[in-house]
Write a protein that binds this ligand. Structure first.
Ligand SMILES: [Zn+2]
Length: 248
């Protein structure tokens, strides 16, 4: 993995405007994971994608994440600080180029072979009208084979319990795709586990960073008449020093 330059990050931010978190994550990882093709990144199980996003987040904005959530019991605002590494269940040296093996589930006299959902599935699901249609499409895409005397020829003819079992087995096989925080409210001592979505979180951070960067470019361009590319190429320290000179 490499750290994208400010100019590359602004390009990603510009291209990602109005797109889903899944699409934006692909853009971000495309500029930072040179060793993988765009197709290979889109085919990573969501947990592997999220582990890479956590790694990228640490490179871009530091290893510490400070989040705010509202207590579901008393609505108090609760601040939580945690580290990217604490949320990463997949080691740094995981081979992202290795193809994902199929997973097996047997129930109701049927053996189902399935793969884990990936970014290309998330993009395909965006066109679904409702969650039932999305569930059906995800099964159609991820179930690779069905065997057994009772195996139907279409995925949506599988018993409902087996369909739910596949969804559960997918979640168990890819815990990194569904990270939950353990929070305790300092006001009422209520404990709960909100989900932490690194794809959405990192994109929001990138958006805030881009707006700050454009404002800094604007300030320096007006003061010194430099080009945007030259201002973006300055080291953060030097850019900050010039900004302070303009303000003084
Ligand atoms: Zn509370």
């Amino acid at each position: 993995m490499r750290t994208p330059t400010p100019a590359q990050l602004l390009q990603v931010w510009e291209r990602g405007g109005g797109q889903s978190a899944a699409a934006c994550s692909l853009l971000l990882l495309g500029t930072s994971c040179e060793e993988c093709s765009a197709e290979a990144i889109a085919a990573l199980p969501l947990g592997r994608r999220d582990a890479l996003l956590l790694q990228l987040r640490a490179r871009l904005f530091g290893a510490e994440i400070c989040g705010v959530a509202n207590c579901p019991q008393c609505a108090a605002s609760v601040e939580a600080t945690f580290r990217c590494d604490d949320l990463r269940l997949i080691p740094d040296d995981a081979d992202d180029a290795a193809p994902e093996a199929g997973h097996l589930l047997s129930s109701h006299g049927i053996q189902v072979c399935f793969r884990l959902p990936d970014s290309s599935d998330m993009l395909a699901l965006e066109t679904c009208a409702d969650s039932a249609a999305a569930r059906r499409l995800l099964l159609e895409r991820c179930v690779l084979a069905m065997h057994g005397a009772d195996a139907p020829c279409a995925v949506d003819a599988l018993p409902i319990e087996l369909q739910a079992g596949i969804a559960q087995a997918m979640a168990q096989a890819d815990p990194q795709a569904d990270v939950q925080l353990a929070l305790t409210c300092p006001n009422c001592a209520h404990r709960w586990q909100p989900a932490f979505d690194i794809a959405r979180f990192l994109w929001q951070e990138l958006h805030a960073w881009a707006l700050r960067m454009l404002r800094d470019v604007d300030t320096l361009a007006q003061a010194y008449h430099w080009h945007e590319a030259d201002i973006l190429a300055l080291s953060p320290r030097r850019r900050q020093a010039y900004l302070e000179l303009c303000m003084s």
